[in-house]
Ligand binder design. Sequence first.
Ligand code: ADP
Ligand code: MG
Length: 283
Amino acid sequence: LDLREEDLEIGKAMGEGAGGSVVHAVHRPTQTPMALKFVRADSNIRQQILKELQILHECNSPYIVSFYGAYLKDNGVQVCLEYMDMRSFDHIYRKNGPIPVPVIGKVTFSVLQGLKYLYEDLRVMHRDIKPSNILLNSLGFIKLCDFGISKEMVNSIANTFVGTASYMSPERMNGGSYTVKSDIWSLGLTLMELALGRYPLKGEGESMSIFEMLSYINNETLPQLPESQFPPGLCDLVAKCLIKDPARRPALKDLLDHPYARESATTKVNVEQWASTLVVPDF
Ligand code: ADP
Ligand code: MG
């Protein structure tokens, strides 16, 4: 696909995140719907970001949002992505209530497969697992977006990042080195949030600083999913993801072997049918 800005018909704004904004667009020659993500970046690193993004052309996984291309625009980089028409899981549960348990199983499976692809094929960590970076389309596909493919882009966003520590692992908040185990922590919190239909830790999450969050995590026992309401396997997987010590927390390969992950890999769930019942958020 040869992407030219003048071929894109820009639609409505879909949201504003830490690093930039997302708008809907249609590529007129092919009638392909797209999500355009604008990432602000200093002029000296824009070219480098563009270069680093090129490896996404080889990215090919049903669990990762497709990349169509990117170009320089104004004071940043415009990234053109596959449009996921049922949007992200944060919007979905806010409009429709907690995500049904069978669908949580498919989210678990899809995110684990997505992470496996990122680690093994692209050799990058995700760095930003949270409900708004897990997307759904009306065919029932569940895909990851916004992973740390470009070092310069990660740095650039980190520099402008004044937001929250809501999904950050304790070791990452501590400022130490962190690894792929940090993604596992974020996955645990995310799955708990989708199951409960609310951010699972104290307060609004949104409003907690890194300092408050760290002291909360160090001093309080973390909440768990109640086994009376959820499959014990899911409760156990989430609890293991939320082990504070990264050395004791399971790695991706351990989680892929977890009984709940194995079960959700083979259980048939009609996500497409569920998606058709959802109220889609407005732009
Ligand atoms: P955040 O992820 O922090 O909410 P973003 O700027 O990454 O902020 O995204 C803003 C919103 O745009 C998200 O909440 C999501 O619902 C939507 N979005 C992002 N990428 C896509 C996409 N490829 N398809 C559909 N919606 C998307
Ligand atoms: Mg995002």
